[in-house]
Design a protein around this ligand. Structure first.
Ligand SMILES: *Cc1c(COP(=O)(O)O)cnc(C)c1O
Length: 353
């Protein structure tokens, strides 16, 4: 740290992204990327847009806005586009939390939430998951502050039904509920259809997971026009050109190829269910996942040892050191072939015990 670094940030502990190793080729199941490339129409659109990189991109994202509004059944003015949904989440912390309105989230959830709270200097309150690692809807309802709910949750993969989400949102119209739906396409129920009825609801979505565009950095938030205009104020005050032209074009291309998207989601769900069954056969506990990953633990081996055993054998998964979850590993659902390698290497590790 330099002696010039603002005291405001000097104690900030940044988010630690999953490893992106270069030194050897891993079966990479650690960052919930899609094993499938983006839609060919997304790639073609991005390539065409590359020829116009001399120009600033459209700050209003008008074409993408129209395409997304049609796809998600909302009005164009109910959307704000961001550089990955992480940026939408950060804007929500900036806009809707303060000294007197803490950020409220589960004790086990997306690791970026506490970082965004610290970055914006707002207090946070954590609500423990229940003993089965599901969200405690009652405790969330009772909490005071702006709620951040990943649904499905990460890293557990467990989702709350739409009716329960609506009950939380409706329970206090004077409290903002931010629903992070990064994984919703793999089996969750979206709250996006509720934004017309609840002006305290903001839904964050990403193109990174189910739309195979993690490298392009595209996300958005959906909510009533007033909430969206708050976020637009922040966006235009930081970087109105936050979505580059190639990414915007690729986003439109992706949305135009609904069949490719649906086929990929179906394949990943199928692979997830098969993999979960195989892991259970090997003695693993597998939490019920509605996401593109599974969260697993085994009585015979610590989470750390399983993680490093796999790593040595060329399979990368994600291990977290949190007290309640250090016996688990989060395993991204890759292609069927990648999951065959995971299961085969896991069998060898268990045999060696
Ligand atoms: C991956 C992820 C995101 C967003 O990722 P972006 O690539 O920034 O869109 C948001 N929330 C959760 C819980 C995630 O796992």
């Amino acid at each position: 740290m330099s002696r010039f670094f603002s005291r405001r940030y000097s104690r900030l502990e940044p988010y630690v992204p999953g490893e992106q190793p270069r030194e050897r080729k891993y079966v990479k199941l650690n960052t919930n990327e899609s094993p499938y490339p983006p839609s060919p129409s997304a790639v073609a659109a991005a390539r065409e847009a590359a020829a116009r990189l001399n120009l600033y991109p459209d700050p209003e994202c008008a074409s993408l806005r129209k395409a997304a509004a049609d796809t998600f059944g909302v009005r164009p003015g109910q959307l704000v586009f961001t550089n990955g949904s992480d940026d939408a989440l950060n804007f929500a912390f900036m806009a809707f939390c303060s000294d007197t309105v803490p950020a409220v989230f589960a004790d086990i959830t997306y690791g970026f939430y506490p970082v965004f709270a610290a970055l914006n200097g707002v207090p946070s309150v954590t609500v423990p998951l229940k003993s089965d690692f599901s969200m405690d809807a009652g405790a969330l309802k009772a909490a005071r502050g702006t709620l951040f709910i990943a649904n499905p949750n990460a890293p557990t993969g467990i989702s709350l039904p739409l009716a329960v989400m609506e009950d939380i949102i409706a329970s206090d119209p004077d409290r903002i509920v931010v629903v992070d739906e990064a994984y919703v396409d793999f089996g969750g129920e979206s709250c996006i259809g509720l934004i017309d009825r609840y002006d305290n609801l903001l839904v964050c979505r990403t193109f990174s997971k189910s739309l195979s565009m993690a490298g392009a950095r595209l996300g958005f938030a959906a909510g009533c026009e007033a909430l969206v205009s708050d976020l637009e104020t922040l966006r235009y005050s930081t970087n109105p050109y936050n979505i580059n032209g190639m990414t915007m074009a690729a986003g439109i291309g992706s949305l135009a190829d609904g069949k490719y998207f649906e086929d990929n989601c179906r394949r990943i769900i199928e692979t997830r269910e098969k993999t979960a069954a195989r892991m259970k056969k090997l003695g693993f506990e597998v939490l019920p996942s509605s996401a593109n990953f599974i969260f697993v633990r085994h009585n015979g081996i610590s989470g750390e040892d399983y993680y490093s055993g796999l790593r040595k054998r060329g399979v990368l998964v994600r291990h977290f050191n949190g007290e309640r979850i250090r016996d688990f590993n989060r395993i991204t659902i890759g292609s069927p072939e990648e999951m065959d390698v995971l299961v085969a290497e896991t069998e060898k590790i268990l045999e060696e015990l």
